[in-house]
Design a protein around this ligand. Structure first.
Ligand SMILES: C[S@@+](CC[C@H](N)C(=O)[O-])C[C@H]1O[C@@H](n2cnc3c(N)ncnc32)[C@H](O)[C@@H]1O
Length: 201
């Protein structure tokens, strides 16, 4: 399983945002949704071997963790509005304050928690911080079951960077330019697809 973790420093942790004005009402959840689409969706299909975690730190219910598991997810559509509706319904699910990820829609799991909670659950899979200016991802032997951590429009906060470093995450870049997270995810998926010949999945 390939995992992408998108850290949204201001992204809404509840469904209290407007679909009519997603960027400004959701703490830039829109940017995370585009990265989610890039991580999970290919033309007319879902990547069954990819899992996406959203770390949601904005608004009343924050912090919360949302997992979208490509092996179980249903009703994923590529347009941003449909994804926003699905995530809004998931965040609005009547879920008590649980610290274990619990399914709220098919393939979508939710719990209370922040990055340290997620890091505490990791096994010994390789993990990478995706950052401009780091060592080039090309030439590295990436594992199929790696974890990839990305920042949002503000990049990484210092605490997250320190927590990731403490858990042995290696900084990697996808090239010399600062890209949008969704484009970084596309490049990483492409590199792994080429390595693992996953076109038929
Ligand atoms: C829009 S960028 C953040 C830009 C932000 N102004 C900053 O200074 O970090 C969103 C995320 O994409 C990832 N990213 C952007 N460019 C990258 C690159 N060239 N290589 C690897 N990751 C990159 C990083 O995780 C970054 O936090």
């Amino acid at each position: 399983m390939r995992r992408f973790v998108l850290i949204g420093q201001t992204a809404a942790a509840s469904g209290e945002f407007s679909l009519e004005d997603l960027p400004s009402s959701s703490g830039r959840l829109d940017a995370l949704l585009r990265a989610l689409r890039s991580a999970l969706l290919v033309s007319h299909d879902v990547r069954r071997d990819v899992c996406v975690y959203l770390v949601l730190r904005g608004g009343p219910r924050a912090p919360r963790l949302l997992r979208i598991d490509g092996s179980r997810a249903k009703f994923l559509r590529p347009d941003e509005r449909s994804l926003a509706i699905l995530i809004k319904k998931s965040l609005d699910a009547a879920l008590p304050h649980v610290r274990e990820l619990s399914e709220v829609r098919p393939g979508i799991d939710l719990c209370e928690g922040d990055l340290p909670d997620l890091l505490a659950s990791l096994g010994d899979e390789p993990r990478y911080i995706l950052e401009e200016g780091a060592a080039d991802l090309r030439g590295q032997s990436l594992a199929q079951d790696a974890w990839f951590f990305l920042g949002d429009h503000q990049g990484f906060d210092a605490a997250s960077r320190a927590q990731l470093a403490a858990r042995g995450a290696l900084p990697l870049s996808v090239g010399p330019r600062s890209l949008h997270a969704e484009d970084v995810v596309a490049v990483v998926n492409n590199e792994l697809d080429r390595t693992f010949n996953a076109a038929a999945r």
